[in-house]
Design a protein around this ligand. Structure first.
Ligand code: NAD
Length: 493
C-alpha cells in the first residue's frame, strides 16, 4: 500500500506520532494508501519551515515580478504534468475521471491568473487633509497562511487559496482533508520540481482536531483560509479568534434554483442536472432545492426523472461513467440516513433513494440520483445540506413566494434563476440572499469571479480581482514633507 508522508521544507517527513491513517477507495471500499497522522509537533515543524521561508532567503527577497515568474513556473509544470495527479484524486474521493481531467487540465490557470493579478497591486497615494505630509497605502503579506481544504475538490480548492496567498508573498501550510489527502501530496511532489524555494508550500495531513486546530492556533500563522462544513468552520473561527487572526470561511450551502413558467425547459433540465447530479451533489454550490412554478412543475419533474434514470453508474476511472461513488463511507451513511429521514417526514421519493451496487464496483459507495417532491420548508431535507445527489423539489405560485422560499435557508452560497424575462432575472437576482447568483446558467467558477457566501455559508471571498488582497494587510505610511508644527508654542525654550 502506498504511503504518503508530510511535505515540509521540500522533504518527506514522518509523522511525530509514528501513526498513519488509511485512505479508502470509495469505488472498492478498501484502503488504497495511508497518510501521516499529524499532530501538534508536525504543525509546529511545518509552520517553522513556512516562517523561515517567509522571513529570509530567496522567497523573502523576491519582488512581486519574481514571485509571479515562480508561480508561472509552477503553472508550466502543472500544465504539462497534471495527468500525474489524476489517479490519486480519483482513488481518494471517487470523482469521475472526466470531471477530474477537466478540473486538472485547467489547474495551471488559477496560478497564472493570480500571478498576473499581483502585478497590478502597487502602493497607493491616499487623499489626506493634513498639510505638509503625504500618505501612502502599502500592501503586505501576512506571513504564514494556514489553508484547510475539504475532500470534494482538494486541488482546485487548494489552488484558490495557494495561488493568491503566494502571489501576495505569503508562505503556506496546507492541511487537506484526512479523507482525501493524496492528490495534495502528489501536487506537493510537482511543486518540488519548480523553482519555488523549500518551505514556501508545505503539507501536513491528519484529522482536523489533531493537526488542523494546532495549525490554526499556532502563533506564527497570520491568516487562516478554510473551506469545509459550517460546523468545521465555526471551530476554526473559534480557534483563530484566540489569536485574533483573520479568517476566510467558505462553507456549505443549500442553494435554491427557481424555475419560472416562461423558462426554456430544455435549458433548465441541463442546468438542474449539472447543478445537483454532476459531482454527485458533492459540490458547495449544488443546486439542491428546486423551486418550480406550479404550472410547469409536473412537466419538469417528469423530464428530470427520465434523464437520471438512464445515467450509467460505475467505476469512476471509466470515461463513460456518469455517476461515480460518493466520496467516503461515513458520507454514504449520512446521505442514506438523510434520504430515510426525508421519506419519514413525508417527502415523495420519485427516483433513487437507495444504495446501488454496480456490477463493476459492487462494494463501492454508490447512491442513485434521488429526486424528492412535495418537500416543505419545515423538512430536514429543505433545511440541511446533504452534499449528495438528492434534489428537493417544491412548487410556487407567485414571484414573491419563490423569493421567500429561496431565502428561507440558513445558508446563502449560490442560487439559480431560470426565466426568459431578462428584467425579471436581474430583479430576482438582486433579491436573493447568496454570494453567487446564476441566471439561465449554473455552476461556473472562474479565477476572475469572486466566490463566497452569506449567512452560514461563510464570510470573505475567494477568487476575483480582490483575492490577492485578501491575503495582504494594508499599511498606512505617512511621509512628512514639511517641518512639524510645535504642539506647545506657548512653552517654547
Ligand atoms: P469538514 O468541515 O468536515 O472538513 C474540512 C476540513 O477541515 C478538513 O481538512 C478537516 O480535517 C478540517 N477540520 C475539521 N475540523 C477542524 C478543526 N476543528 N480545526 C481545523 N481543521 C478542521 O468538511 P468536509 O466534509 O471535508 O467538506 C464538505 C463541506 O465542505 C460541505 O459542507 C461543503 O459544502 C463544504 N464546501 C464548501 C465549498 C465552498 O467553496 N463554499 C467548497 C467545497 C466544499
Amino acid at each position: 500500500m502506498k504511503t504518503y508522508r508530510h511535505f515540509i521544507a521540500g522533504e518527506w517527513v514522518e509523522p511525530a506520532s509514528g501513526e498513519w491513517l488509511d485512505s479508502v477507495d470509495p469505488a472498492t471500499g478498501g484502503a488504497w494508501c495511508r497518510i501521516a497522522r499529524g499532530s501538534q509537533p508536525d504543525a509546529e515543524v511545518a509552520v517553522a519551515a513556512a516562517r523561515a521561508a517567509f522571513r529570509s532567503g530567496p522567497w523573502a527577497e523576491a519582488s512581486a515580478e519574481r514571485r509571479a515568474a515562480l508561480l508561472h513556473g509552477l503553472a508550466d509544470i502543472l500544465e504539462h504534468q497534471w495527468e500525474a495527479l489524476v489517479e490519486a484524486e480519483i482513488r481518494d474521493n471517487g470523482k469521475r475521471i472526466t470531471e477530474v481531467r477537466a478540473q486538472f487540465s485547467g489547474l495551471h490557470l488559477w496560478y497564472r491568473y493570480f500571478a498576473d493579478q499581483m502585478l497590478k497591486i502597487a502602493p497607493m497615494a491616499l487623499e489626506n487633509d493634513v498639510p505638509g505630509v503625504e500618505n501612502i497605502a502599502e500592501f503586505e503579506p501576512f506571513g504564514v497562511v494556514a489553508a484547510i481544504t475539504p475532500w470534494n475538490s482538494p486541488l482546485m480548492i487548494a489552488a484558490w487559496k495557494l495561488a493568491p496567498a503566494l502571489a501576495a508573498g505569503n508562505t503556506a501550510v496546507i492541511k487537506p482533508s484526512e479523507l482525501a489527502s493524496a492528490s495534495t501530496l502528489e501536487f506537493a511532489r510537482l511543486t518540488a520540481l519548480s523553482d519555488l524555494p523549500p518551505g514556501v508550500i508545505n503539507v501536513v495531513t491528519g484529522r482536523g482536531e489533531e493537526v488542523g486546530e494546532p495549525l490554526v492556533r499556532h502563533p506564527d500563522v497570520g491568516k487562516v483560509t478554510f473551506t469545509g462544513s459550517d460546523l468545521g468552520g465555526c471551530k476554526v473561527a473559534e480557534a483563530a479568534a484566540g489569536g485574533v487572526k483573520p479568517v476566510t470561511l467558505e462553507l456549505g450551502g443549500k442553494s435554491p434554483q427557481i424555475v419560472f413558467a416562461d423558462a426554456d425547459l430544455d435549458n433548465v433540465v441541463n442546468g438542474v442536472l449539472s447543478g445537483i447530479f454532476l459531482s454527485n451533489g458533492q459540490t458547495c454550490v449544488a443546486g439542491s432545492r428546486l423551486i418550480v412554478d406550479r404550472s410547469v412543475h409536473d412537466a419538469l419533474v417528469e423530464r428530470l426523472v427520465a434523464r437520471v434514470a438512464g445515467l450509467r453508474m460505475g467505476n469512476p476511472m471509466q470515461a463513460d461513467t456518469e455517476v461515480a461513488p460518493l466520496a467516503n463511507g461515513p458520507h454514504l451513511a449520512k446521505v442514506l440516513s438523510m434520504i430515510e429521514q426525508a421519506k419519514g417526514e413525508g417527502a415523495r421519493c420519485l427516483c433513487g433513494g437507495e444504495q446501488v451496487h454496480p456490477p463493476d464496483c459492487p462494494d463501492g459507495f454508490f447512491v442513485a440520483p434521488t429526486i424528492f417532491t412535495d418537500v416543505t420548508p419545515s423538512m430536514t431535507l429543505w433545511r440541511e445540506e446533504v452534499f449528495g445527489p438528492v434534489l428537493a423539489v417544491t412548487r410556487f405560485d407567485t414571484e414573491d413566494e419563490a423569493v421567500r422560499l429561496a431565502n428561507d435557508s440558513d445558508y446563502g452560497l449560490a442560487a439559480g434563476i431560470w426565466t426568459s424575462d431578462a428584467a425579471r432575472g436581474r430583479r430576482v437576482a438582486g433579491l436573493i440572499e447568496a454570494g453567487t447568483v446564476y441566471v439561465n446558467h449554473y455552476r461556473s467558477v472562474s479565477p476572475g469571479s469572486p466566490i463566497g457566501g452569506t449567512k452560514r455559508s461563510g464570510y470573505g471571498r475567494e477568487l476575483g480581482p480582490d483575492a490577492v488582497k485578501e491575503f495582504m494587510q494594508t499599511k498606512s505610511v505617512w511621509l512628512g514633507t514639511a517641518p512639524c508644527a510645535d504642539p506647545f508654542p506657548g512653552h517654547a525654550d
